[in-house]
Design a protein around this ligand. Structure first.
Ligand SMILES: NCc1[nH]cc(CCC(=O)O)c1CC(=O)O
Length: 321
């Protein structure tokens, strides 16, 4: 079959690298060729601080509009940047196997967070990372007006502009910059953003619509999406995002959640921070998995996230987030 899957992506180096990898897997699984289609989003062009843009969907909206219009067949998103609210007419059809969900430190002279001298300047604009940092090292100085792509951010350490930056391991690894990392923070004491390190492949709902190019193409694409979906990743990110939705918080909120599947159980840790790091509320929950079936995993995800939301709300998360 000669049909080509048109895969929409942002144009940043990271977006292109991760999209290329996901598209290659999807093409192979579907038995179809693929091409990348770059779409510029508001998050790419705006100079404003991401938190002040409202956070929700600044990277996703233009891609989603192109998908609805039928200009592309699928979109590869960083799941972390996708608002939790459903987008009418679109569904997340696959979440490929997640990369490293941790945050990392890139510091001068090989330093760890503990070894950085008091007063060191740390670059990050993420309210979650600022709150987590202030909770453990209130003596460091946060440089919060800090944007730019991953190479730029790492470059600001090399140039001495800041002493360290905090980044997502997945982004650094995907861009082959792991050599710059001086510490990877354990998820158990430094949980990260819901969905961090995971990709979401989004499609139009009910691909039988007249936008689909042929029934045969739609069937091959659906089969490929099913194959690249990783059910453990799907369950863990579903649990994490359900916490964010349950707290009615956005992706810029100081909410950190990390779920893992280990030893026949699904574990979830969820924390809500006061922006200044002075208060941290944490809920830890686990559910036993009867089997590793997709349905079982999703049932466990729903259960642990509901329990975490209930606990965080009863602890007063609404007043903090
Ligand atoms: N908010 C920007 C963003 N969106 C996804 C990633 C990294 C890759 C990922 O989490 O999948 C990053 C960069 C960062 O937070 O350091």
């Amino acid at each position: 079959m000669s049909a080509v899957i048109r895969v929409g992506t942002r144009g940043s180096a990271l977006a292109l690298a991760q999209c290329e990898q996901a598209a290659r897997e999807l093409g192979r699984a579907a038995g179809l060729e693929y091409e990348l289609v770059t779409v510029t989003t508001q998050g790419d062009t705006s100079k404003a601080n991401l938190a002040s843009l409202g956070g929700t969907g600044v990277f996703a909206t233009a891609l989603r509009e192109a998908l609805i219009a039928g200009d592309i067949d699928v979109v590869v998103h960083s799941l972390k940047d996708l608002p939790t609210a459903a987008y009418p007419g679109l569904v997340i059809a696959a979440t490929p196997k997640r990369a490293d969900a941790r945050d990392v430190l890139v510091a001068r002279d090989g330093l760890t967070l503990e070894a950085l001298p008091a007063g060191s300047r740390i670059g990050t604009g993420s309210p979650r990372r600022i709150a987590e940092l202030k909770a453990v090292r209130p003596d460091l100085e946060v440089v919060a007006d800090f944007r730019g792509n991953i190479d730029t951010r790492i470059g600001r350490v090399a140039s001495g502009d800041v002493d360290a930056v905090i980044l997502a391991a997945a982004g650094v690894d995907r861009l082959d910059r792991a050599e710059a990392v001086t510490e990877r923070f354990a998820l158990s004491d430094w949980p990260t953003a819901p969905g961090q390190g995971a990709l979401a492949i989004e499609v139009r709902e009910g691909e039988a619509s007249d936008l689909a190019r042929s029934a045969e193409f739609a069937r091959a694409l659906a089969k490929g999406l099913d194959k690249v979906n990783h059910s453990t990743t799907r369950a863990t990110v579903t649990a994490e995002r359900a916490v964010l939705a349950g707290l009615e918080a956005g992706c810029a909120a100081p909410v950190a959640t990390s779920a893992i599947v280990d030893d026949g159980m699904l574990f979830l840790t969820a924390s809500v921070y006061a922006t200044d790091g002075s208060t941290k509320l944490t809920a830890n929950h686990a559910a036993v998995l009867d089997s590793q079936s997709a349905a079982d995993l999703l049932a466990a995800a729903a259960e642990v996230s509901q329990r975490a939301v209930d606990e965080l709300l009863s602890l007063g998360a609404k007043e903090l987030a």
